[in-house]
Every structure is written in C-alpha cells, then in structure tokens.
Design a protein around this ligand. Structure first.
Ligand code: 5AD
Ligand code: SF4
Length: 397
C-alpha cells in the first residue's frame, strides 16, 4: 500500500516537473511516506526527518514533505519539533495531495516529466482504503479511517490502464482488501473481472482478512487460474483467547478451517504474527507455535507487540521485555526454515512462471524460479520443477 501511495504522490510531482533521483544531495525536494503501525516504523521516519535538518540548512530552498500514516497521527505538531518541515500530508489526504501541493506556498517547478519507463511487470491498483475492524492493538482504523471502496468502474479502468502500459500482474490493494464490495458485486466478481482484462496474466491481492475468505471467493479461485495461488493472510495469533482479546473476529478453529480450505486449493500461505500481546500467557504462545507447526506457512513475519497510543490494548499492562524477547526468539527460530521447506516441497510439481527477467520469474504460488532457456519478460512459461536450491526452483523447460 505504501509503495502504491508513494507512486501516486510521485506522479503528482512528476506532473509538476520533478524527476526522481537516488541521490539526496542533488534533490530539490524530499517526500517521506511513513508508516505508524508499530512504534519502530514511526521512529525510523522521524529520525530520517531529523537527519534532513542539515540537508535543508545547506539549501533553504529545498522542500521537505512528510506524508502517510505517521503524518496523519502526529499532524501539524510535527512542525514544532521540525520547524524546517514544509508540508504535512496525512494518509487520509492522499486524494487531495495534488491540491495540497498547489495550495501550499512552496516553490514548485513548472513543466512535466514523463513517468520513468517501468522496471517491473507488477502494477498496483488500490481498490479500497481504511478499515472497519477495531483490532484492539491496531492504529490503522484511527489513521486511515473507515472503509471506502473505490467503484469497480474506476478500478477496472485503472487496471486496464496498467495492462495497456505492459504490466502483466495486477496487485489489488486495500487494508482489508477482500472486504471490498459494491452493490451487486463481490470481491470474487472483481477478481474475475480484473483477470479478464486483456494483457493481465495474473492477479494478486494484499492484505486480506480471514473473515472474508468465503465460499464465493473459493469458488472463484477454483474456476480462475489467473488468480495467484499465494495469499498473505495475517493470522496474528493461534490462541482463541488472544484472538478474542485482539477482537480479530475469528477463533483458532475458524482460522484452521479457512487455512485448510486454501491449502486444499493449492495456496501457499504467508502470514503475520504478533508476539507478546499484553494478555498472552505461556499457554497462548504455545498455541501460536502449534499453529505454525500445523499450517506450514511459506513465510511468517513476526512482530513484537508494540503499544500504540489511543488503542484499547495500549491501556493493558505490558509484561516484561525479557519474556517478549524470549518468545520472539523462539518463534523466529520456528519460522526460520519455513521458506526453505516450502521450496523443497515444490520438487516435481508443475509450475506456471511469469517471467520477470529472461530466465527468472515467480510461480503462481509466489516461489522464485529459474528456467533453462530464455523467454520474453512478461511471458508465461508452463513447466515442472526438477530441482531446488535453497529458495530457488530450477525447471525442466
Ligand atoms: N504491534 C505489533 N505488531 C502490529 N501489527 C499491527 N499492529 C501492531 C502492533 N500494535 C502487525 C500485524 C499486522 C502487520 C502489518 O503489523 O501483524 O498484520
Ligand atoms: Fe488493523 Fe485489524 Fe484493520 Fe488489519 S483488520 S488494519 S489489524 S484493525
């Protein structure tokens, strides 16, 4: 989502004559797009902003824009700590970013720059913003606001535009992407419509919520090979009690049902897990470990619980950092080999590769694969896995 938001804001800067650069020293403007989901993310953004003090002093004409979720949370008070900051643009204001730029008294060069030639086969299309859940640890609903679904007509137009530009894989984006709906249309319908756009070879989506893994969705998947067989489905915990206290809206049993249904349809599943939610007991933690053992995720991103001001969980008593660290270590050890074993399990299987370089690409279930022959970038190669090296599949083609 942040990549897509950054692209959207960058497009407005390109339209006003700016060009991207890798080199801060030659830049006239710095746009920092931020995350606040954990304290650490916000901290990194703020310390980068702090380092820009010197950059701005070297040339006071330089412009600094602080955008995204941390900007939304901290707002105008940022200017007190960082008086050299020119513009704050919160995550809720992304639709108004162009207007904000034009209304600010900032020096904006004239003219337009062409969008850089694409360097990837993947195009991002935002289909919804915000979140209607109230997970007790999560700051997203307060910084992003309630769900706003984009109309399907606009989504299909954006996706068709990407396809016409040569993007072969469309990634649909939203905080709870599979909650997308419109009168008379479900998320499953949308997946089918996007995948039938000319030029689209594969459709992915990030990030879904387990609750919306419906029969309707599973049926769409069965009938549509262009829907990628990989899902990043954050489970957060394996304990029904903790899930309840997190207000996730599902139990361990419901979760396992959904995960099994996905596995049965050939999905590789990656996930997010939070360790050390304030009420997590040793027994709860063991439930999470046993879930990881049972499900064989292809990857698991593990986070130490981080209290976020204003969320219900932030009022609960934390337990000692030492236990938190210990649990994270144990979990990280458990998930360390997941990717390698998921790759090993692909041996002998038929795969469909979307080529990202002349001899490498990703399979539908999101494994990195290398072909023997060379193929055009963006083409689809149907072949079979003959050997596996760490996290690379080698094919027969
Ligand atoms: N502390 C730790 N991790 C969090 N996440 C969201 N909020 C918090 C928090 N307060 C994690 C969840 C989510 C991912 C994007 O960040 O696992 O899926
Ligand atoms: Fe946060 Fe829960 Fe919404 Fe995900 S579903 S963004 S974790 S409140």
């Amino acid at each position: 989502m942040n990549i897509a938001d950054s692209e959207e804001m960058a497009a407005h800067l390109l339209a006003r004559g700016y060009m991207p650069t890798e080199n801060l020293d030659e830049a006239d403007l710095a746009l920092i797009n931020t995350c606040t989901v954990r304290d650490h993310a916000e901290h990194r953004a703020l310390s980068f902003l702090g380092r820009l003090r010197k950059w701005k002093r070297e040339n006071p004409k330089r412009i600094i824009i602080f955008a995204g979720c941390a900007a939304q949370r901290l707002g105008e008070k940022l200017k007190k700590t960082f008086p050299y900051l020119d513009l704050v643009s919160g995550a809720k204001e992304i639709d108004r970013f162009a207007e904000l730029l034009d209304n600010s008294a900032l020096f904006i060069p004239s003219g337009t720059q062409e969008n850089k030639p694409q360097s990837s086969i993947t195009g991002y299309v935002t289909i919804m913003r915000g979140c209607d859940f109230e997970c007790s640890y999560c700051i997203v609903p307060s910084v992003r606001g309630p769900v706003q679904c984009l109309p399907s007509a606009e989504i299909l137009k954006n996706a068709a535009q990407k396809a016409a530009q040569g993007y072969k894989e469309i990634v649909l984006l939203g905080q709870t992407v599979n909650a997308w709906k419109e009168e008379g249309k479900t998320f499953a319908d949308l997946l089918n419509e996007v995948s039938s756009i000319e030029g689209v070879e594969r459709v992915r989506f990030v990030s879904p919520h387990p609750i919306f893994i419906t029969n309707d969705f599973l049926k769409a998947v069965e009938n549509n090979p262009k829907i990628a067989r990989h899902i990043h489905l954050p489970v957060q915990s394996g304990s029904t009690k903790v899930l309840q206290e997190m207000k996730r809206g599902y139990s361990r049993e419901i979760l396992l049902e959904k995960l099994d249904a996905l596995k049965k349809r050939g999905f590789a599943i990656s996930t997010d897990i939070i360790v050390g939610f304030p009420t997590e007991t040793e027994a709860d933690f063991q439930e999470t470990l046993s879930l990881v053992e049972r499900v064989h995720f292809s990857a698991a991103y593990c986070f130490k619980y981080s209290p976020r001001q204003g969320t219900p969980a932030a009022e609960m008593t934390l337990f000692p950092e030492k236990i938190l660290e210990e649990r994270l270590d144990i979990l990280l050890n458990k998930v360390k080999g997941l990717a390698e074993s998921a790759y090993r399990a692909q041996l002998g299987k038929p795969v469909q590769i979307l080529m990202e370089t002349p001899n490498k690409g990703r399979t539908s279930d999101n494994f990195w694969a290398q072909t023997q022959k060379e193929y055009p970038i963006g083409s689809v190669v149907n072949t079979e896995v003959v050997s596996v090296e760490d996290t690379l599949l080698l094919t027969r083609d």
